[in-house]
Design a protein around this ligand. Sequence first.
Ligand SMILES: Nc1ncnc2c1ncn2[C@@H]1O[C@H](COP(=O)(O)OP(=O)(O)O)[C@@H](O)[C@H]1O
Ligand SMILES: [Mg+2]
Length: 276
Amino acid sequence: MSVLSIADVWKEYGEHVVLEGISLEIAERSFVALVGPSGCGKSTFLKMLLSEERPSRGSILLDGAPLAAEPEAGRGVVFQRYSVFPHLTALGNVMLGLEIGASRFWGKLWGARRRAAAEEARALLEAVGLAEATDKYPAQLSGGMQQRLALAQALATKPRVLLLDEPFGALDPGIRAEIHQLMKRLWHERPLTVVMVTHDMSEAFTLATRVIAFERRRNEPSDGGRYGATITQDIPVWPPRVAGQVTGLFESPGRDDPAPVAGTSRDDLALQGVRA
Ligand SMILES: Nc1ncnc2c1ncn2[C@@H]1O[C@H](COP(=O)(O)OP(=O)(O)O)[C@@H](O)[C@H]1O
Ligand SMILES: [Mg+2]
């Protein structure tokens, strides 16, 4: 059963066709990596899945029903940078995610519900390896820790679909390998379907169950933007990964992962929680 059904979606800005004829069925609990050259419309596509943008033509169904007109709690999102609020602590950022999930008016929680939310937020911070950083502000966290926090905040709304736009692209290779392990664990343990944009092919094959490439098939200067990008490759990752089926603590580390990191920690105290 598809979580997302995308049928002949086009996106145009004025005369400029960004995407054309995108049709895609995304299975429940899959992890789709979306790759393609810069400017080919990957972020635009994610924004349509989030309802931040609307298709010019075509339809997008979530669980068989048209997408809600506004972004909503069922679709969590993490961008490459700046998706956490700098003036809130780590706990405050995750609490905000919970409040957004709990109230359609984005209202604050009070009393017993607020205490329960704080407990849940602490558990989420622990799940992403940030138990030690509960009261820190984003500026006091390393890049890797900020992205862990952004993941915790997005997971707070219990999204069925997690949308990731180059979430690990700005991280150093060692830190990125660690956060890949975390990402795999979260996907295995939680009822998530993931759509992740990346320009790193090895990241795509490290994490995904399926790799999709967007590209402009016709791209002559004389085309003047009349043709958009479309799906040019759709590759099932082999051997298949199945959500929830882990060999050992993590899925066969080393099979296709970046080389293991020498030593531990570096600037990322988050590690402790992940390896434990
Ligand atoms: N709001 C907008 N108005 C006009 N053009 C846009 C808008 N958003 C994106 N574009 C154009 O759409 C194209 C695809 O952008 P984007 O989705 O950000 O690409 P990618 O994420 O693959 O690098 C670019 O040419 C960009 O200039
Ligand atoms: Mg982009």
